[in-house]
Design a protein around this ligand. Structure first.
Ligand SMILES: Cc1ncc(COP(=O)(O)O)c(C=O)c1O
Length: 495
């Protein structure tokens, strides 16, 4: 009996996980390679035998199989990647789809390279991830910024206002695309459908960075994915909200408003030539898993999150735990567990340390906010464990109530002095931060998470911005990408 026959005959029993490889060409190629006894004379250099050299090294590279010469042949004779990508394109209603081992960072850059000509304008949310901003530097796109709307009651971001998109497009009729980030780190979304309608009335394509929404569309209570709402292109991190390998991402597009060849060239220009077959196979496997069992897998997790929220509210009176009822329909991801700590006067950073000591690392934490990433790999048990640790930690750090604050990442008001690309490539110098006020930044500085550039190349350093960044750092948040992470000095454009 061949392996394939054996796999086909594994009946999906209720207690045993279903075998996916029959519907997942890359996964099948990957598993077939592992089952084979090849003696490769190709890269990677570990050749699947590193454990003979050192057990620890062997453990690290175990499971690493290249796409070319592993999952498929060196000459890609079986066309497995293209076949898998076609299946994802079909799921998203797209006519172009590529799998990336470079994360949504790479996918965002690839799309930027496909938009237009150097110097072209794009209408883009200022609450963008740094990867999108640096994609714009690579492609020399000129941003027309959209401000982030803020929920007055909670200080949470609410995406971008449709009216702002409409007005910015009207003021910049030559803009080549609208780029939005949906959902944001806190799980809130713009009115994506209406934004797309507004842009399409002018025949302008809409690109959605949906890095945090790979699970969208897989359950009736989850928001639809961006392509279902009419987006022209979408990026998503399979490794964030689905059970894929770290760095696994995909990008897809409808090519009515995009040049397919440019998409392809932009993607290839910025991708590795040595893709990890294991990472790509995990994208294929996630697609097959969610197509086969998405709603069934999401349902119990949604129930468990609801119960966790309820317990948190009961056991920590006054704690803000937003859910989908807190926002307009379709404007919040119910899978996101967000705690707003201001009202109970608790300290997120201290809570994070307490939970870390118990083996419970959290995704995004600042003094006032905690975001726990919950996926279909969680269940009632993991959520109970989290709540059990959170409740005493919140009580232990509670103090006088504070009014809800808006994180600096959501209220950036950039003062643009130069194009991001010109500033990125300009001669620069390091000056004392206080003396940098009024100068043009040559660098990108972003509290991480969420990785939104609070200061971008080409923008003026202002007193307010410096004070905000220093406050964030003082609260224990990592200020990433700054040449001087202590913020004593800032890299500015030389005059
Ligand atoms: C909105 C957004 N887009 C893109 C990215 C980059 O994703 P990746 O880590 O998959 O490269 C991130 C990462 O956090 C993000 O938050």
């Amino acid at each position: 009996m061949t392996t394939r026959q054996a796999v086909n005959e594994v009946a999906p029993e209720s207690s045993a996980p279903m075998r996916l490889r029959v519907d997942a060409p890359l996964l099948d190629g990957y598993l077939s390679y592992l089952e084979s006894d090849a003696t490769p004379f190709i890269t990677p250099g570990h050749k699947g035998r590193a454990s003979k050299l050192d057990a620890d090294l062997g453990a690290v590279v175990a499971g690493d199989v290249p796409l070319y010469g592993g999952v498929d042949t060196v000459k890609s004779a079986r066309g497995l990647l293209a076949e898998a990508e076609r299946r994802s394109a079909r799921w998203y209603g797209a006519d172009w789809c590529r799998y990336s081992t470079g994360g949504s960072t790479h996918c965002n850059q690839a799309l930027c390279l496909a938009i237009g000509q150097p110097g072209d304008k794009v209408v883009v949310t200022r609450s963008l991830h740094r990867s999108l901003l640096l994609g714009m530097v690579l492609a020399d796109l000129e941003p027309c910024w959209l401000p982030t709307a803020i929920d007055a009651a909670t200080g949470m971001p609410l995406g971008v206002a449709v009216e702002d998109v409409e007005a910015t497009l009207a003021a910049n009729p030559d803009a080549r695309a609208v780029l939005i980030t949906e959902p944001d780190y806190l799980g809130t979304l713009s009115d994506v459908r209406r934004i797309i309608e507004v842009a399409h009335r002018r025949d302008v394509p809409v690109i959605v960075d949906q890095a945090w929404g790979a699970h969208f569309g897989h359950h009736p209570e989850l928001p639809p994915h961006a392509m279902a709402l009419g987006a022209d292109a979408m990026v998503t991190s399979i490794h964030k909200l689905l059970p894929g390998y770290t760095q696994a991402s995909l990008v897809c597009a409808r090519t009515r408003r995009f040049d397919r060849d440019r998409l392809e060239r932009g993607f290839e220009a910025s991708h590795t030539t040595s893709s990890a077959g294991s990472v790509l196979a995990s994208i294929d496997a996630c697609r097959a898993l969610m197509e086969a069992r998405g709603p069934e897998l999401v349902e119990p997790v949604l129930r468990a999150i609801k119960a966790a929220r309820q317990r948190l509210r009961e056991e920590v009176p006054g704690l803000d735990v937003p859910d989908e009822q807190s926002f307009m329909p379709g404007r919040f991801d119910p899978m996101r567990l967000v705690l707003l700590l201001s009202r109970v006067g608790a300290n997120g950073i201290e809570i994070e340390h307490m939970l870390m000591d118990q083996g419970l690392p959290l995704e995004l934490v600042d003094r006032d906010t905690i975001v726990a990433i919950v996926t279909i790999a969680d269940d009632e048990g993991t959520l109970n464990e989290l709540v059990k640790a959170l409740v005493p930690a919140i009580h232990a750090t509670s103090g006088p109530s504070r009014s809800p604050s808006v994180s600096v990442s959501w209220h950036v008001q950039p003062v643009k002095a130069m194009s991001p690309r010109a500033a990125f490539f300009s001669a620069h110098e390091s000056v004392a931060a206080d003396l940098a006020v009024g100068r043009i930044s040559a660098e990108l500085i972003a509290p991480y998470p969420p990785g939104i550039p609070v200061l971008a190349p080409g923008e003026l350093v202002t007193e307010r911005l410096l004070a905000d960044l220093r406050a964030v750092a003082a609260h224990g948040v990592r200020v990433a990408y700054a040449a001087d992470p202590t913020l004593s000095t800032i890299e500015v454009v030389r005059i």
